[in-house]
Design a protein around this ligand. Sequence first.
Ligand SMILES: Nc1ncnc2c1ncn2[C@@H]1O[C@H](COP(=O)(O)OP(=O)(O)OP(=O)(O)O)[C@@H](O)[C@H]1O
Length: 309
Amino acid sequence: MNEPAPGPLAALRGAGKRYGAVHALDGVDLEVRPGEVLAVLGPNGAGKSTALGLLTGRVGADAGRVSLFGGDPRQPEIRRHIGVMLQEARLPDALRVHEHVALHSSYYGAPRPVAESLELAGLTALARRPYGALSGGEQRRVQFALALCGRPALMFVDEPTTGLDVEARRNFWQVIRRLRDEGVAIVLTTHYLEEADALADRIVLLAGGRVRAEGSPEQLKRQAAGSCVTARSHLSPEVIAAWPEAAAVQRMEGRLQVRTAQPEQLLRRWLAADPSLAGLQVQALSLEDAFLDLTRAPAAAGVRQEAIA
Ligand SMILES: Nc1ncnc2c1ncn2[C@@H]1O[C@H](COP(=O)(O)OP(=O)(O)OP(=O)(O)O)[C@@H](O)[C@H]1O
């Protein structure tokens, strides 16, 4: 007989959080599955940290449900099985790196050996250095060591590689993969598309407090893939926006710029409708452009009139 699929380790169901007039989260559904790396992406203010705050019990939801290991993340006993690295952490400067890790490890029932936590975070050579004498990137690594030292089943790491140099970022990616191979599920927020692409099994893309897209990096790339066709034409943007191949139309310095996933079909239709079409350019969208498109609210009529300087 087949085992039933294990339920999510953590979930938001229709979760909402307001700060005054700001909807930091507005009806968000999200789940973290066992053993996966889930990347939460989105522009500044998208609601990424708020989502992590809800899941880790630091922030209370105004609407919807939040669950962690099937319980309420606001209960300290439930939170004992997670490791958290926030965007900012204040730790005593005078304590040495190994003292921080040993102290933090003592809060858990079955922590990793301190030397192993230091090694995983790339801190072995810095173990005797006072925290206050570390660089910003090195301090991030200590915060990461504190998140993993309790051998959590689920880790939440908020922008872990911001401020890290390229080598430190690549090392961090290796450690994340190693932890995942151990069966640890990891939720990370990042502004680096490349990082989500390299690490994530799934991506949830937030913008304006809502989920805009969700799927594996490959699925999201396919969803976002597209081209940008630009030309001078006597047709109005409204006419082109009504074509099935046109995702969005924009006026640009006397020309029309059309986003499309089917550039060949679009061009055939455009040329048939306007044989005088001139100044034609076809460009592939970069992945970054495509993600920006996915995070924007769809324009009501698919036409953006503003000129790009
Ligand atoms: N404590 C707070 N008080 C008031 N507004 C808040 C608070 N925390 C978050 N917000 C607002 O909620 C929205 C979502 O913020 P959040 O920090 O979750 O976004 P984010 O996606 O993590 O952004 P960033 O990438 O800049 O870290 C923003 O508009 C933010 O200004």
